[in-house]
Structures are given as C-alpha cells and as structure tokens.
Design a binder for this molecule. Structure first.
Ligand code: HEC
Length: 94
C-alpha cells in the first residue's frame, strides 16, 4: 500500500519536472522580448555603429545591402531576427 503511494508521488514529481524543463526549453527558443519589441531602425542604430558610423540606408541598393548584411552579420554576431529586421529596414529606406 505504502509503495503504491510512493510511486504516485514520484511520477507526479517526474511529470512536474518534465513540465518545468519543457517550459524552460521553449522559452530558450523564443525571441527575447527586448529584441521582439525593437524595430529594424532601432536595431540598426544600436548595432551598426558599434564599429563604424551606421551607414545611411540610401548608400546601397537592395542587392548591395544583401551582400553587405551577410558580410556584417558575421562581424556583428547578430541573431537571424535582428539581422532580418535590420535588412528589411535598410531596404525600406533606400
Ligand atoms: C564588429 C564590428 C562591426 C559591426 C558591429 C558592424 N560592422 Fe560594418 N564593417 C566593419 C568593418 C571592420 C568594416 C570594413 C572592413 C570590411 O569590410 O571587412 C565594415 C564595413 C561595412 C560596410 C562597407 C561594405 C562592406 O560590406 O564591407 C557596410 C555597408 C557595413 N559595414 C554595414 C554594416 C551594418 C549595416 C551593420 C549592422 C548590421 C554593421 N556594418 C555592423 C565592422 C562592423
């Protein structure tokens, strides 16, 4: 009788642990709110002037931005979300 009770408790603890771990893991895959709330223009202003003056969107055509962004994504170590927002901003403002 006592044993059955213990098994129930331990499976409950196990399920709770799995639930908590899954929440933590899912959260890790979400885009952090600090990035999700930022516009491409903001991210451009914050990231693209760390090493040089942030280039004017008008400097390049869409195709040239694609090339430059690929180049700078490696230097700036930005996430896909950040770089996609910056790219969209640059192309909308050139
Ligand atoms: C970690 C430093 C660093 C960051 C952050 C950075 N850049 Fe650069 N960028 C450089 C360096 C160094 C050069 C010049 C040498 C070279 O081209 O490798 C450069 C050159 C450029 C050029 C000239 C063309 C080219 O492709 O070389 C453009 C355009 C440019 N950056 C845009 C950006 C944009 C847009 C961002 C923001 C997403 C950015 N950079 C962020 C370091 C950086």
């Amino acid at each position: 009788m006592k044993n059955t009770h213990n098994i129930k408790i331990s499976s409950f603890v196990g399920i709770m642990a799995i639930t908590i771990i899954s929440f933590v893991l899912m959260d890790g895959c979400k885009v952090p709110e600090s990035i999700a709330n930022k516009s491409g223009a903001q991210l451009w202003g914050e990231n693209c002037n760390r090493c040089h003056n942030a280039p004017d969107p008008k400097t390049y055509s869409d195709d040239q931005w694609d090339a430059a962004i690929e180049h700078m994504r490696q230097k700036a170590i930005l996430t896909d979300t950040e770089i996609n927002k910056i790219r969209a901003f640059l192309k909308s403002a050139n």
